[in-house]
Design a protein. Sequence first.
Length: 159
Amino acid sequence: MNQTEISVKIILDRWDASIKNLTSLLENLSDAALMKEIVPGKNRGIYLIGHLIAVHDDMLRLLDMGEKQYPELYEPFIKTPDNVNTAMPSLIDLRKMCIEQTNYLKQKFDKLSAIEWFDKHTAVTSDEFKTEPHRNKLNIIVTRTSHLQYHLGQLQLLK
């Protein structure tokens, strides 16, 4: 394994472990727990699950891996703050979406070679990428893993 392959493996292993932690946490949190606010006046668990699915769904577009699977989640989980009056999918549906999305992303990620992870993502122009080569696909995984870890910490408070 060369240095590029090792670097990519380290980052993708961290992503995979974070996703495994999310899956395990969702298996152990009851629906009642996920309907609670993390702290008074803050997001509920159900909102954070939908938010993570919506953010991860957008990675498909950013990584040039196709269209979003769940575009309907943008409005209630990205554009709109958590509100008990906002229409959103059930927890049963969100749990299913999360599992399906995780598997789908894994399939897509596994198709990229180590060197392809260093290609530009779709939110950067070719000219910008020439001067900012760190704005690559692998960087999207790094930032989304950090984002996932942040919300995993919040969800732990519902235990």
